[in-house]
Design a protein around this ligand. Structure first.
Ligand code: 4NP
Length: 172
């Protein structure tokens, strides 16, 4: 979790930040990379304080671990740091976060299974719906593949996160 230093509103006039949670299966490859890419984009524009950004996994195998070294290496080559430690998503995240963005269909099903009628307030959907250059429905799991899979993930995430920022960008 990257806590904002100030707490401005989504509109930038002194209320609360816009909260965004990226979700994959293990929370060591795709969603920490999405978190890092989005933090990088907002940091570059001085929008860090306007957002609260985090990531989580639907599984618990890697809880407490930093992002996979292969993912961190690929991201570092683009000047992007991945600060997260893995944690498992909970039903409370669907109340705490404004936006929950999943990487693939399996993640989306698992997150939807956590929704509680009348309590869940987060908007849940696939991150790839924000892609502009790529026409894909999922960010593929790179865990069991080669180096090129990690670069492909970052290409998709840079596109999707830029599109997401255009939708969420505080105005005013
Ligand atoms: P992620 O990748 O969901 O992008 O973090 C994976 C990481 C670990 C495993 C699967 C996917 N695993 O089976 O341990």
């Amino acid at each position: 979790m990257t806590e904002p230093s100030v707490v401005p509103s989504p509109g930038g006039n002194g209320e609360r930040p816009i909260s965004v949670l990226f979700v994959c299966l293990g929370n060591i490859c795709r969603s920490p990379a999405a978190e890092g890419v989005f933090l990088h984009l907002i940091g570059r524009e001085g929008l860090g304080p306007a957002f609260l950004v985090d990531s989580a996994g639907t599984g618990d195998w890697h809880v407490g671990r930093p992002a996979d070294p292969r993912m961190r290496h690929a991201a570092a080559q683009r000047g992007i740091e991945l600060p997260s430690r893995a944690r498992q998503i909970t039903a409370d995240d669907l109340t705490r976060f404004d936006h929950v963005l999943t990487m693939d269909r399996q993640n989306l099903r698992a997150v939807r299974a956590l929704t509680r009628p009348g309590q869940t307030t987060a908007r849940v959907g696939p991150l790839t719906s924000h892609c502009r250059r790529f026409s894909v429905e999922e960010v593929p799991d790179p865990y069991y593949g080669g180096e090129e899979g990690f670069d492909r993930v970052l290409d998709l995430l840079e596109d999707a996160c830029a599109g997401l920022l255009e939708v969420l960008r505080p105005r005013g």
